[in-house]
Design a protein around this ligand. Structure first.
Ligand SMILES: [Mn+2]
Length: 345
């Protein structure tokens, strides 16, 4: 079996080779990027540029309002709109293949050498340049590791205050403010080291990431919470947001998936499904679990993916009601199957 750390070493060697030659590196965070994806991508791109590479972060959409407080995002290039530069190396960040990149996928695939830095579950044997550690708290944790290793190797400082805020934002959000089970001594040490080296207003960062809201957001939250229905004797909770509900409140839908985690706090809930209708009629589903319910496996059955306790998928060509009924049935069966399995153990 290939060790993930070996993939990191191969990536480091390649980056150093490219740096010597002003090589072109493209970083591709997943579609609808979050703080982790963008924090890792921009931090790596800054570090790679300091080494001598030409580095570009290519994204599918402009920065959502909820992340506009993050520094360093002016370097993002939105594709299509911007050209696809002739990259020597393209790296998938916080995802591992072109299917999570939308239209940028073709640009990613056009690079002669491709790799990935990710912490999502991977079914296949990773390629030589795919550094995938599902037990890592976040891709920002891996980006920290890589930049740290580059610093040690070169004996010069690479971290800067912008990277510190970006990486902390990625680690903080992917660990639910250091509360999920993926919080490890390592990511706490990384956070400590960033706080030691740079002056960071943690209170402000937490406010920007978690608390800043608007009356419209509070209203849409109320609307969505009032749709919660119980399935499987209340062990599964399903909530939905139609386009009409969103339009009515004039609220952007960029951080609704957080509400799924909030719903999960209901006592006795084993799993939560939050269905959000997008403008094009697709239904994006956030899956959260508190139990044996394997969110990634469940989402995988509908073409999605993610982690054990948090995953997502998109349903196409289905009305909200239809989707809710289908998912009620399927999730109940999914929960029953894992409950009876764990009862046997
Ligand atoms: Mn992540």
């Amino acid at each position: 079996m290939k060790l993930p750390k070996e993939a990191e070493s191969r990536l480091l060697e390649l980056i150093l080779d490219l740096a010597a030659d002003s090589g072109h590196v493209g970083l591709f965070p997943h579609e609808r990027f979050d703080a982790d994806a963008i924090g890792a991508a921009v931090s790596l791109s800054r570090a790679f540029r300091t080494l001598g590479c030409q580095a570009v972060v290519l994204v599918s959409e402009p920065v959502p309002e909820s992340l506009q407080h993050l520094p360093g995002l002016e370097e993002l290039k939105v594709f299509p709109g911007e050209d696809c530069p002739p990259f020597d190396l393209a790296l998938a960040i916080d995802c591992h293949d072109a299917s999570r990149m939308g239209e940028r996928g073709s640009c990613f695939l056009s690079a002669p050498v491709r790799g990935a830095i990710d912490h999502h579950l991977y079914e296949k044997e990773p390629g030589d340049l795919e550094w995938i550690e599902p037990q890592a708290s976040s891709t920002s944790e891996l980006a920290f590791e890589m930049i740290w290793d580059l610093e040690l190797h070169l004996g010069k400082a690479l971290f800067d205050p912008t990277m510190a805020i970006l990486l902390l934002a990625g680690i903080i959000t992917d660990t639910g403010r250091f509360s999920y089970s993926n919080t490890t001594p390592l990511c706490l040490r990384q956070a400590a080291s960033l706080l030691e080296r740079f002056e960071i207003d943690l209170n402000q960062l937490n406010y920007d990431l978690y608390e800043r809201t608007s009356v419209e957001r509070l209203q849409i939250k109320g609307d969505i919470f009032s749709t919660i229905t119980r399935v499987a004797e209340g062990r599964i909770l399903i909530a939905c947001a139609t386009q009409a509900m969103l339009v009515n409140r004039g609220a952007p839908d960029d951080e609704l998936s957080n509400l799924a985690s909030e719903i999960r706090t209901a006592e006795g809930s084993a799993a939560v499904l939050l269905l959000v209708e997008s403008e094009d009629g697709d239904i994006r589903v956030s899956v959260r679990s508190n139990s044996c319910f394997d969110s990634a496996a469940f989402a995988g059955r509908f073409g999605g993916g993610g982690h054990l306790k948090a995953a997502g998928m998109t349903l196409k060509g289905m009305k909200m009601e239809e989707a809710a009924q289908l998912l009620s049935r399927e999730s109940e069966a999914h929960l029953k199957a894992c409950s009876s399995e764990s009862a046997k153990e």
